[in-house]
Design a protein. Structure first.
Length: 201
């Protein structure tokens, strides 16, 4: 299934789970081409840099950052069966990830990253490989698997008047450990010089 079709299915599941009015107007396309998704335009700015370092929306930083973290928590507390009714998010890339238990998920996910390390051309940054091995040796405590956004970063939400109006770019969504979204947000918050986590009160 193409990323666009999967995006549409995730959005449809989120709409059903949240009982919100259908914002998705239709999904055009077939599996053999990308197609298009027609959606209602959501209001809001997609420029998180304006929230920080003297930006014109800096007065909204605390409320937006706090709500963004609440939105992440709400996603992670959602019923996986409702958001993933046919299992499309269990192993969306077909890499052999096993979500039958947290332990199997961790083993198969690390196996995928370690075995495909050379193919991913990360050789200039060996810290990734070392990080995979170190984390595999010292796993954190087990948590229930949830639906993860998969790219929860400062550029993938919209906001207006101190409120988060939308999470966007769901093509990397999958069933996984909720700390993946939190860790990715923390890393990207640092790399993009935003201050989302530091603004939460």
């Amino acid at each position: 299934m193409s990323w666009l079709l999967r995006d549409g299915e995730v959005l449809a599941s989120l709409e059903v789970a949240s009982s919100r009015r259908d914002r998705r107007r239709g999904l055009l396309g077939r599996d053999d081409f990308e197609g298009a998704m027609l959606i209602e335009r959501v209001r809001g700015s997609g420029e998180p840099s304006l929230l920080f370092h003297g930006g014109v929306n800096e007065s909204q930083a605390e409320s937006v950052a706090t709500e963004l973290c609440e939105v992440m928590a709400k996603l992670h507390l959602s019923d996986v069966a409702k958001l993933n009714p046919v299992g499309e998010l269990n192993d969306p890339r077909g890499e052999g990830v096993d979500v039958s238990s947290w332990t199997r998920y961790m083993e198969s996910t690390f196996g995928y990253y370690i075995n495909s390390y050379e193919r991913m051309a990360f050789a200039p940054v060996p810290v990734f490989y070392d990080g995979y091995l170190a984390l595999r040796r010292s796993l954190p405590r087990e948590l229930p698997l949830v639906v993860c956004h998969g790219d929860f970063n400062p550029s993938n939400f919209l906001y207006e008047n101190g409120k988060v109006t939308a999470l966007i770019d769901w093509e990397n969504s999958h069933v996984g450990d909720p700390r993946e979204d939190l860790g990715w947000l923390a890393l990207m918050d640092f790399l993009t010089d935003t201050n989302i986590l530091g603004s939460v009160k």
